[in-house]
Design a protein around this ligand. Structure first.
Ligand code: HEM
Length: 239
């Protein structure tokens, strides 16, 4: 009697097959998107400590650094999340291109917002903006003086994150770059959060308009929250 071939020798594992199926790819993009939205929300709340004063923002930044190796685990996890989000978005895009009949290529996508049509472009520019942001405030190579800004906190010498942010945003072109970069992030989130509800099957025709309104409002709220920081520095509210 001929026995059935064992699964390990009969091809890729079912999870792998699912991951590269259309729904698998969409799920990875949606779940990684949720992680990134949570990060952007948490980062804004942390940055808001700037309004409580110098010691609060420096305490918050110092607290993050004191996580030590755990901070690197979080950083690697976030890097993998960003990588998966981009990689699977590209795979989906290729799949859509291949499935698209040639005669529609030049057609105008009626009924889709400008936010929806520019997802890949806004995503790539947002990536460029985040790389600049990391060079600016994390690696501190845009202005090397940031590397030597120290201050005292509870009797210890710590990095003066507050002074770095205030000095950074006192530069008008840099602040404008942030305000524009953050606008593209807002555009990307505005459509992205709505579509992840759709991908995960958490919406239907009836509630979809409400979900779209709420997600757009949330993206604008994040935008206003973030740009309030460079604007507060430029107007002297934070100094
Ligand atoms: C006005 C807007 C923003 C301000 C004032 C700000 C502030 C900061 C500061 C001060 C740091 C360095 C913390 C430290 O090392 O002590 C930082 C790191 C970082 N920021 Fe922002 N940020 C802003 C917007 C954003 C946005 C929109 C994103 C993502 C979409 C982002 C992602 C990150 C990441 C990934 C890090 C590196 C965290 C780490 O690994 O240490 N930031 N930010």
């Amino acid at each position: 009697m001929i026995s059935a071939p064992s699964q390990s020798r009969s091809g890729p594992h079912p999870i792998f097959l699912w991951l590269f199926s259309s729904i698998g790819k969409k799920t990875v993009v949606a779940l990684s998107g949720i992680v990134l939205v949570l990060f952007v929300t948490g980062h804004l709340l942390g940055n808001f400590t700037i309004y409580l004063g110098k010691d609060w923002l420096n305490w918050y930044a110092e607290h993050l650094q004191s996580l030590g190796p755990m901070l690197w685990v979080i950083r690697l996890f976030m890097l993998a999340t960003v990588g998966a989000h981009i990689f699977f978005t590209m795979l989906l895009w290729k799949e859509n291109q291949a499935a698209r009949p040639k005669k529609y290529i030049a057609s105008d996508p009626v009924g889709t917002s400008v936010f929806a049509r520019t997802m890949r472009l806004s995503g790539l520019i947002v990536l460029g903006f985040i790389l600049f942001h990391l060079a600016h405030f994390t690696v501190r190579i845009v202005d090397p003086a940031f590397q030597h800004m120290d201050t005292m906190l509870d009797g210890h010498e710590v990095h003066d994150c507050y002074r770095m942010v205030v000095t950074g945003f006192s530069n008008v072109p840099v602040s404008i770059l942030y305000i524009v970069g953050l606008f593209l992030l807002m555009m990307h989130l505005s459509h992205g959060i709505g579509s992840l509800f759709q991908t995960l099957g958490l919406t239907n025709r009836r509630i979809h308009p409400l979900i779209e309104t709420v997600t757009r409002a949330y993206a604008w709220l994040l935008y206003i929250g973030y740009i309030s920081i460079p604007i507060s520095v430029l107007t002297g509210i934070v100094k």
